[in-house]
Design a protein around this ligand. Structure first.
Ligand code: BG6
Length: 498
């Protein structure tokens, strides 16, 4: 018999090597477009500072670029404020000075030659073998101009490019953008980022489902009644009207984060924990989604939105959206996925609730306290948590039932300090060339395609009061079920100690 292991590539031709965690990271010049923007300030600069200071990516230089004309010192000062305000890891003065010396700035208006010269100077300081990571933290409309600039500056070789969401505005623009990007960069160089997939808690869904034998056998329509992915936010526009007004909650959050997370919940077991196998399974989920119908969608706008700076007085942009999604495959047919997110809502939460089918309660008729499904809940907060609720006997005479729960929190573990912020993790993955947690052109195009009806003919926005859970119509959308939030019981660690 011939040795077949020599000829059969596993898991799939061209997909290896899958994980490169152990290999030393090459020195990198990171070109950060949108370097003065909100995301750079809140996440990217603090994250890069941490990666550089820690053992993860010590050998990097960062070239900031944006439309503003700043000197290098002015940019360093902005970066210092960002790291001080939003950084989650303390930096000493010495560490800061060291990091600051790695920052350069070149304004977009200086043109491709100036950009090329600044990158070249940074590469010379890093020495031979430096790679390039171009991070496009810019709105979809500006992405093409940046790609063209990179081409004109001859910064395509040895480069990877990270592109922020939303990737396009609809199917046609996503296809056009993908084609445009592919004229300059190979798909292997492109990393479409969705930071929710870099959250420790989102990855824990994969570990929970596929590393344990307990839950996967019941992870289907025979045992699961419905799923809720609920990401209300307390914060409002936060000076992001220019981005938010043409975008809205569906494009900002749903077609991106919520659906990506949904694919982790709904996918079949991938053949391996590697990019191609995971993308295949995620894309099958997206292809199985039924087109979203306007009748399954509630769009909302908080009262007062139209008076915000930069918002049109007759704006139709939704700041809230709730919808029902159906995945028409053997595992999920008939199991609705309810998705909800919005700005200026009652609480900031990020939960996924799996509601199990109820047991026949003949032994415990109404009044015994056993109403409503058991839930498995994932909290995607930075201190990720998982809770499994079940009915148990209430202590005391007779036989009354009450909801109990088993809970886990990363905070309670010894490794809580090792958690990487989502952007930190994903920037590191991109530098390593690991596509596992990035979205593919095909996946994004499928999602836009399933959203076409809604985008063409969205239902009118309904007003909701800031500090609430959205317009009243959300209850009809989910009836006879109910939204899980607000929680009836708090997570255990929130309870005051007695
Ligand atoms: C971003 C959206 O992608 O995600 C924001 O543009 C939103 O509108 C944010 O507030 C939420 O992310 P996180 O990680 O803070 O939950």
């Amino acid at each position: 018999m011939p040795d077949r292991t020599q000829t059969i590539a596993y898991p799939a031709p061209g997909s290896r090597p899958s994980r490169r965690d152990e290999e030393p990271l090459a020195p990198h010049v990171i070109v950060l477009f949108g370097a003065t923007g909100d995301l750079a300030k809140r996440k990217l600069l603090p994250g890069l500072a941490y990666l550089q200071q820690s053992k993860f990516a010590p050998d990097v230089r960062i070239v900031g670029s944006a439309t503003e004309d700043l000197t290098v010192d002015e940019f360093r000062e902005r970066a210092r404020q960002a790291v001080e305000t939003y950084g989650t890891h303390r930096m000493s003065d010495e560490e800061w000075t060291q990091f600051a010396s790695r920052l350069d700035y070149v304004s977009v208006s200086a043109g491709p030659e100036a950009l090329a010269a600044t990158v070249k100077a940074a590469e010379d300081l890093l020495g031979a073998g430096a790679c390039r990571l171009h991070y496009l933290s810019v709105p979809p409309k500006a992405a093409q101009a940046v790609i063209a600039m990179l081409r004109d500056a001859d910064l395509v070789e040895r480069a990877r490019v990270v592109m922020e969401k939303p990737f396009g505005d609809d199917l046609a623009s996503a296809i056009q953008l993908n084609d445009f990007v592919h004229e300059t960069f190979d798909e292997a160089q492109v990393f479409r980022i969705d930071h929710f997939l870099g959250k420790e808690a989102a990855l824990n869904i994969l570990a929970f489902r596929f590393a344990n034998g307990l839950f996967e056998p019941i992870w289907n329509r025979n045992h699961i009644d419905h799923v809720q992915i609920d990401i209300p936010e307390e914060l409002g526009l936060d000076q992001r009207a220019t981005f938010y007004e043409p975008t809205g909650a569906f494009k900002d959050m749903v077609v991106t984060h919520l659906m990506q997370v949904m694919s982790f919940v709904a996918m079949e077991p991938p053949t391996a924990l590697e990019p191609r196998a995971i993308s295949e399974e995620k894309n099958k989920v997206f292809r199985s989604m039924l087109p979203i119908q306007a009748t399954d969608v509630v769009r909302g706008q908080y009262s007062g939105y139209r008076n915000e700076d930069g918002v049109a007085p007759d704006s139709d942009t939704e700041t809230f959206i709730a919808l029902k999604v159906e995945i028409d495959n053997w595992r999920w047919a008939g199991v609705p996925f309810f998705l909800r997110t919005g700005k200026r809502m009652a609480q900031g939460q990020r939960i996924i609730s799996i509601a199990f089918k109820e047991a026949p309660k003949t032994m415990f008729p109404t009044g015994f306290g056993a109403e409503g499904p058991d839930h498995l809940t994932f909290d995607l907060a930075d201190s990720s948590r998982v809770s499994l609720s079940f009915y148990g006997k209430r202590p005391g005479p007779g036989m009354r039932l009450e909801k109990l729960s088993m809970q886990f929190s990363t905070q309670e573990t010894k490794s809580a300090g090792d958690v990487l912020e989502a952007y930190e993790r994903l920037i590191l993955d991109a530098m390593r060339g690991d596509h596992t947690l990035f979205t593919t052109a095909e996946g994004i195009e499928s999602l836009w395609e399933r959203s076409a009806h809604l985008l063409e003919d969205p239902p009118p926005v309904k007003t909701y009061q800031p500090g609430t859970w959205g317009p009243n119509a959300i209850h009809q959308l989910i009836a006879p079920r109910a939204w899980r939030l607000p929680f009836e019981r708090e997570w255990r660690e929130n309870k005051p100690k007695s």
